[in-house]
Design a protein around this ligand. Structure first.
Ligand code: NAD
Length: 499
């Protein structure tokens, strides 16, 4: 059985805790590897190694650090196919989706090439006579990134890139479900010229995470995952005096106005609802047609599209639209929620429960599922399902649809489909959700803007990638400098003038 360890000091090492977790091939249901789960002591050793390596990396000028990123981009492109293959085998998503996972991460590394520009400070010449005032951005030191299973390349790259570009040393704690790609990313970083020891990967579970949260050496924590864990990590990290940004779950609504292009809206819903088997924090899980006529038209267009979706293993290449979900437990939870939706009175229009594929009977497949006439009090509306299940909540007016999305406890992404500029503008301005699409179903901002939700989808002030990431991974220091030559003529007077 393949054993997956950790990455420290520029190389992979085996774990010593004696604890491991199974890593599955979700398409076949087979255990394909075991990943080591680090103990608190092992985790402390990773942190210590990072602390030793960080000052030299921080002292390297930003342009030289950026050159590592330039080479890293080249290597990620070079190894795209290999990364995608391994990613799909552990996650289950299709090869095009896996390539998208690497690509969207790589774009943030491209953005990090601009580190010298991003890290430029501010300067006030002659704030008083002979007095200059300047602010600089300095790295935090050692930072930790605790990442989810659903984007095993993109999520680490979104955090590791900016953190390193700013001069920090990083400890990455990937998901224990798909740990191989993060280790490949680490090896490529060293090949790109990153000094050994600046980047560590510690595989593990709560024990490793808690050790990172309690370490006095770790200065900043970035977390992406489910909301209950995000809340836990945010409160423990901040109680320990760390800077923290914790991104949680989602329940993304897509409002369909009566004037929308219904074919476009249906295509968008199918892609955004079922792509990557719904295991995206920006997946649309709630369709909100305004008016019964819109709802009827939408359902009529959705059903044949959903029935045409090809579900299968990533090895079928471009021939499949979506793969299995990540684990047997995830499948069981999703099927349980579909059962509950039926019990609670929603209309099950397309049922993905009994889905089976010859040769893959033990795979964690759930077919695409569509509910109509879902109401706010049902479990399938309230819970983040994180599977290929789309719920339709019918509303009578734009205000009711807007209110529904606004009342939801999550606030990651949302979208409106309409041809009416006034409605779209009103929606973008009033909605209390972090990322808004207008006729765009998954409004993931590009690398040079920031990504983050509101409400229970994010805890902390600063978002992922874009300028916010450079703010998160640096501290501001402001220096007031007085130069003796400026005091030659009546220094006292000048100081008073400055007050
Ligand atoms: P998860 O919360 O189960 O795990 C995330 C990380 O936390 C993993 O590294 C895991 O090992 C660790 N962890 C789990 N339980 C822990 C505990 N009790 N104590 C300490 N650490 C713990 O999330 P997941 O299932 O890997 O990912 C799916 C979730 O991530 C979904 O809710 C999805 O919406 C969310 N997500 C959010 C964003 C965003 O930007 N808001 C992006 C991607 C995914």
């Amino acid at each position: 059985m393949k054993q997956i360890g950790h990455f420290i000091g520029g190389e992979q090492i085996a774990g010593t805790s004696g604890r491991t977790a199974d890593v599955y091939n979700p398409a076949t249901g087979e255990v394909q590897a075991q990943v080591a789960l680090a103990s608190a002591d092992e985790t402390a050793a990773f942190v210590a190694a990072a602390q030793t390596a960080q000052p030299e990396w921080a002292a390297m000028n930003p342009q030289r650090r950026a050159r590592v990123m330039i080479e890293y981009v080249r290597l990620l492109n070079r190894d795209m196919d290999k990364l995608a293959e391994v990613l799909s085998s552990e996650h289950g998503k299709t090869i095009p989706d896996a390539k998208g996972d690497v690509q969207r991460g790589l774009e943030v590394i491209e953005y990090c090439i601009g580190a010298p520009q991003m890290l430029k400070g501010e300067f006030t010449d002659s704030a008083g006579p002979g007095i200059d005032l300047y602010s600089m951005r300095q790295p935090l030191g050692v930072v930790a990134a605790i990442m989810p299973f659903n984007f095993p390349a993109m999520m680490p790259l979104w955090h590791v890139g900016p953190a390193l570009a700013c001069g920090n040393a990083v400890i990455l704690k990937p998901s224990e479900r798909d740990p191989s790609v993060p280790l490949m990313l680490a090896e490529l970083l060293v090949e790109a010229g990153l000094p050994k020891g600046v980047f560590q990967v510690v595989n593990g579970d709560k024990e490793a995470v808690d050790a990172l949260l309690d370490s006095p050496i770790v200065q900043g924590v970035s977390f992406v995952g489910s909301t209950p864990i995000a809340q836990y990590i945010y409160s423990r990290a901040t109680a320990n005096g760390k800077r923290a940004q914790c991104f949680g779950g989602a329940k993304n609504h897509m409002i369909v106005m009566p004037d929308a292009d219904m074919d476009q809206a249906a295509d968008a819903l199918v892609g955004a609802g079922y792509g990557a088997a719904g295991e995206r924090c920006m997946a649309v899980s709630v369709a909100v047609p305004v008016g019964d006529a819109t709802a009827d038209a939408l359902i009529e267009k959705l059903v044949p599209r959903i029935e045409k979706l090809k579900v299968g293993p990533y090895t079928s290449g471009d021939d499949v639209d979506m793969g299995p979900v990540v684990t047997a437990a995830a499948k069981q939870r999703i099927v349980g929620l579909i059962d509950k939706g039926v019990e609670e009175g929603a209309d099950l229009v397309v049922d993905g429960r009994g889905f089976e594929l010859q040769g893959y009977e033990n795979g964690f497949f759930v077919g695409p599922t569509l509910f109509d006439k879902v109401s706010k009090d049902m479990s399938i509306y309230k819970e983040e399902i994180f599977g290929p299940v789309l719920s339709t909540v019918r509303t009578g007016s734009y205000d009711e649809a807007l209110g529904l999305a606004m009342d939801n406890e999550y606030g990651n992404g949302t979208a409106i489909f309409t041809r009416d500029g006034d409605t779209a503008r009103d929606f973008a301005s009033r909605i209390n959700i972090g990322m808004v699409g207008i006729n765009v179903p998954i409004p993931v901002p590009l690398a040079y803007h920031t990504f983050g939700g509101w409400k229970k989808s994010a805890f902390g002030d600063l978002n992922q990638h874009g300028p916010d990431s450079f703010r998160f991974y640096t501290r501001t220091k402001t220096v007031t400098a007085r130069w003796p030559s400026g005091l030659k003529e009546g220094g006292e007077f000048h100081f008073k003038a400055m007050d």
